[in-house]
Write a protein that binds this ligand. Structure first.
Ligand SMILES: *Cc1c(COP(=O)(O)O)cnc(C)c1O
Length: 394
C-alpha cells in the first residue's frame, strides 16, 4: 500500500475530550468512579432505557447479555453469518450452538422470513430441524432455539416489527447487537431497545469512541443486576471486595474511557449528522456509476446512523484487483464483512462450507467498505470516488 491519501476511518476528537481525560489523570480515581456512573446514566437517558452497564468492549457487553439470557452449553441460538465475528464468538464462549439464518440482500440484516422458518423447523425437530443445524458440533436430539441474536448491520436496525413477534411466538430471548448502530432508530424507536438487552461499542472507528469500550442497555432489573455483578468479578450487590457470588469477569471500563465517552456522547448527534452528510456525498458522486450498488436505507429506518459506507461491486468485477489498484493509488478500502461461517475455526468446528448461506456469501464477495468518518471532507470523498471509478474501469 502506498502512503494513504485518506484514512480508512478516524476518531472525531476535540479539546473537550482531551481535557476530560486529563482531568481524570489528575485525580486518584481511575476505575469505578463518577465518570462510569455518569456515562451509564447519560447513555440510558439517550436511548431511554432503565439501565446502562458500561464495559471494556462491545464483545464483553455481548458476552454478558448471553450470560444473562441463561444461554449455556448446547443451546441453539439463531443469528446471522453476515456480521463481525464477535456476535457469534460470544455464543461459542458459552459453548452454545450458533444456527445461522441468511440475510435480506437489501440491508445485510437477518431475514425475518427465514428466521420464522428456522424457528418453526427447529421446533418440529427431526429432518426439518436438521436442515438448519451445522453438519457437526451440535448435540444430537431435538433442538429448540433458545434465543435470537440480531445485528444492526452498518448502522441500520434489523426489522424488529417482524423479529419481535417471532421471538415471542417461539419464546426466544432477543439480544440486539447494536454495536454498529448507536444513534439509529427504527420506526421512531432507538436502536438497542428491541431486545431483552442491546449493546453499543466504542472502538475508535465507531460513531463515537472511548478508545476501547462498550455499553449494555436493558429494562430488565434482574438481568442488569447480574450483568453488573459479572462485569465486576462476580461481586453481587452487597458482596465485599473478596466475596464473589458468581463466576465473573473483569469487564470494567476505565474512568479515562468513561470520561471520554461522556464528551463524545454530547457530540454524538452532531457526529451522526456529519456521517450522514459524508454518506450523502458518496451517494451523489456514485449514483450514476452503474458498476457499483449503493447502500439502501429502508423506510422503516427512521434514522440511519452511518457506521461504514459499504458499496457492492457488480458481479463481473474482480474485487481483489480493484483493492490492489486503489492501494497503489493510496486509497484504503476493505472487504466487509467476511462471512462468519467460512472462518477457519467455524468450518473446523461445525463443518460449514461455501454455498451454505448464499446471500451472505454474495454480499461478502462483492462488498467494499470505502474510507469513512465524521471528519471526512467533500474533497476526500471526491478523490475516493474518482479513484474507485478509475480502478474499476482499468
Ligand atoms: C464493533 C462490533 C462489535 C464489538 O466490538 P469490540 O471491538 O469488542 O468493541 C460487535 N459486533 C459488531 C457487529 C461490531 O461491529
Amino acid at each position: 500500500m502506498n502512503k494513504p491519501r485518506v484514512p480508512m476511518s478516524s476518531p472525531d476528537l476535540t479539546a473537550a475530550e482531551r481535557a476530560a481525560v486529563m482531568q481524570v489523570m489528575e485525580s486518584p480515581v481511575l476505575s469505578m468512579g463518577e465518570h462510569t456512573a455518569g456515562f451509564e446514566a447519560e447513555v440510558a437517558a439517550y436511548v431511554g432505557s432503565r439501565h446502562a452497564i458500561a464495559v471494556n468492549s462491545g464483545t464483553a457487553g455481548l458476552h454478558l447479555c448471553v450470560c444473562a439470557a441463561g444461554i449455556g452449553a448446547g443451546d441453539v441460538v439463531l443469528t446471522t453469518p453476515f456480521s463481525f465475528v464477535a456476535s457469534t464468538n460470544v455464543l461459542l464462549y458459552e459453548n452454545a450452538v450458533p444456527v445461522f439464518v441468511d440475510i435480506d440482500p437489501r440491508t445485510g440484516n437477518i431475514d425475518p422470513a427465514l428466521l420464522q422458518q428456522a424457528a418453526h423447523d427447529l421446533r418440529q425437530g427431526g429432518d426439518a430441524a436438521a436442515r438448519w443445524l451445522p453438519r457437526h458440533g451440535a448435540a444430537a436430539g431435538q433442538q429448540h432455539a433458545k434465543a435470537v441474536l440480531a445485528v444492526d448491520v452498518f448502522g441500520q436496525p434489523a426489522e424488529y416489527d417482524a423479529i419481535q413477534p417471532i421471538a415471542d411466538e417461539y419464546a426466544l430471548t432477543l439480544i440486539e447487537d447494536s454495536c454498529e448502530a448507536l444513534g439509529a432508530s427504527y420506526k421512531g424507536t432507538p436502536a438497542g431497545r428491541f431486545g431483552q438487552s442491546g449493546v453499543f461499542a466504542f472502538y475508535p472507528n465507531k460513531q463515537m469512541t472511548t478508545g476501547e469500550g462498550g455499553i449494555i442497555v436493558t429494562d430488565d432489573d434482574e438481568a442488569a443486576a447480574l450483568m453488573r455483578a459479572l462485569r465486576n468479578q462476580g461481586r453481587a450487590d452487597g458482596d465485599t471486595w473478596l466475596e464473589h457470588t458468581h463466576l465473573g469477569y473483569n469487564y470494567r471500563i476505565t474512568e479515562m474511557s468513561a470520561a471520554l465517552g461522556r464528551v463524545q456522547l454530547q457530540r454524538l448527534d452532531e457526529m451522526v449528522a456529519s456521517r450522514a452528510q459524508v454518506a450523502g456525498w458518496y451517494a451523489e458522486r456514485l449514483q450514476d456509476f452503474e458498476l457499483v450498488e449503493l447502500p439502501q436505507v429502508l423506510q422503516a429506518t427512521t434514522r440511519m446512523s452511518w457506521f461504514v459506507y459499504v458499496v457492492r461491486l457488480a458481479p463481473q468485477i474482480d474485487r481483489q484487483r480493484v483493492i490492489a489498484t486503489l492501494a497503489q493509488a493510496g486509497i484504503p478500502v476493505r472487504p466487509y464483512f467476511a462471512p462468519i461461517h467460512l472462518q477457519k475455526y467455524m468450518r473446523q468446528r461445525f463443518g460449514y462450507q461455501p454455498g451454505d448461506f448464499p446471500i451472505t456469501e454474495d454480499l461478502g464477495a462483492r462488498s467494499l467498505a470505502l474510507p469513512f468518518s465524521s471528519v471526512m471532507t467533500a474533497d476526500q470523498v471526491s478523490l475516493v470516488c474518482e479513484e474507485l471509478q478509475k480502478a474499476i474501469l482499468a
